[in-house]
Design a protein around this ligand. Structure first.
Ligand code: NAP
Length: 326
């Protein structure tokens, strides 16, 4: 495993950081708790020290599972990355910005973006309880909330750093303009943004800015939620309540299949899977601090953790670049 400093923060994270969205179950067709715990343990056994979650993932369940999985582990050797600012329990009393209706067990759950100061403070206490810990390594605003001034949210994060409840503060899904506004109040550790072989839009504006200002980039959905493993073009099937039934529709299947077919011989020559090759490529792109890889079970977690063992020559990277350009 490689370990990388996150921007100008004191944090050092594993280049493959475990992503705990799917183990929350909701939106992903569910997951067995024992498989989720095994995925976290397998990650740690293979050098992953950093785990990314959010209160929203499984409506608290993902954080709870991480808390359970870390019982008996040396907390000082693990970095917990979580978030705040997506409210689903009605505690915002209609304040904030309506985001979308989530569906869970036949019920509709309205989800709001809400980043007011008192809500940040409240959510952190709830996360600490679910995670069974007394500090969070990186606390990130999950999505921008247009109803709360950015400086109000950033002041709350600064307070939490002073109180020792969080070690560093970041954002997620922030635009360049929003990062510039936040910089007037706080030195952000990172921005967590979507980045994959199929979605490279951050290379235009976010990466040049974060590189110039020594801010970390945490890349999410590097496998495009499983699509880039290739298995959904073979025999893998999605459950009816899996959000990917809609999500995958944004990609042109013929183009993705052609890309994976072009990469397959390189993966085979290195005796690695397509998913591992895709993850390795992602860790090596300019400005990317760490890559969040989701895994539902121990086998996926072990495979993903081993991606940084792959060596890619300049020629091989160029070959991949050419395959992507097509
Ligand atoms: N900040 C945000 O707004 C935001 C948004 C999305 C994600 N994230 C973060 O980023 C993390 C990673 O993104 P993601 O979970 O959305 O997607 P991802 O990492 O691109 O894909 C994860 C999914 O791919 C499949 N998979 C994983 N490893 C595999 C392997 N080795 N072989 C075959 N299939 C494999 C699994 O699902 P199946 O087995 O069911 O196919 C897994 O749940 C999340 O967990 C979360 O922490 C953040």
């Amino acid at each position: 495993m490689e370990y990388r400093k996150l921007g100008q923060s004191p944090l050092e994270l594993s280049a493959i950081t475990y992503g705990a969205f799917a183990i929350g179950g909701a939106m992903w067709g569910g997951n067995e708790r024992k498989d989720s715990i095994a995925a976290i343990h397998a990650s740690i056994d293979h050098g992953v020290t950093s785990l990314d979650t959010a209160p929203f993932y499984g409506f608290g369940l993902s954080e709870e599972i991480i808390g359970e999985a870390l019982v008996g582990k040396d907390r000082s050797k693990i970095q917990i990355l979580t978030k705040f600012g997506l409210v689903w329990d009605g505690s915002n009393q209609g304040k904030g910005e309506f985001f979308f209706d989530a569906a869970e067990n036949g019920k509709t759950i309205p989800v709001y973006k809400y980043a007011a100061k008192q809500n940040v403070i409240k959510e952190v206490e709830e996360s600490l309880r679910r995670l069974k810990t007394d500090y969070i390594d990186l606390l990130q605003l999950h999505w921008p909330d247009a109803t709360t001034p950015i400086d109000e949210t950033m002041e709350a994060l600064e307070l939490l750093i002073r109180q020792g409840k969080i070690k560093a503060a970041g954002v997620s899904n922030y635009s360049l303009e929003q990062m510039e506004t936040a910089a007037k109040t706080i030195a952000l550790a990172s921005n967590q943004v979507p980045y994959s072989m199929l979605n490279r839009s951050i290379e235009q504006d976010i990466v040049p800015y974060t590189t110039a200002h020594n801010i970390g980039i945490i890349a999410y959905s590097p496998l495009e939620r499983g699509l880039l493993s290739g298995k959904y073009f073979a025999d893998a099937k999605l459950k009816a309540d899996d959000h990917r039934n809609g999500y995958f529709g944004q990609f042109n299947p013929e183009k993705v299949k052609a890309l994976l077919a072009a990469l397959q011989p390189l993966a085979a020559s290195k005796n690695v899977s397509l998913a591992q090759l895709v993850l390795r490529w992602t860790t090596l792109q300019k400005g990317i601090s760490v890559v969040l890889a989701g895994a539902r079970n121990a086998a996926q977690a072990e495979s993903n953790a081993k991606a940084t063992d792959i060596t890619l020559t300049a020629e091989e990277l160029q070959f991949m670049q050419q395959a992507l350009a097509k």
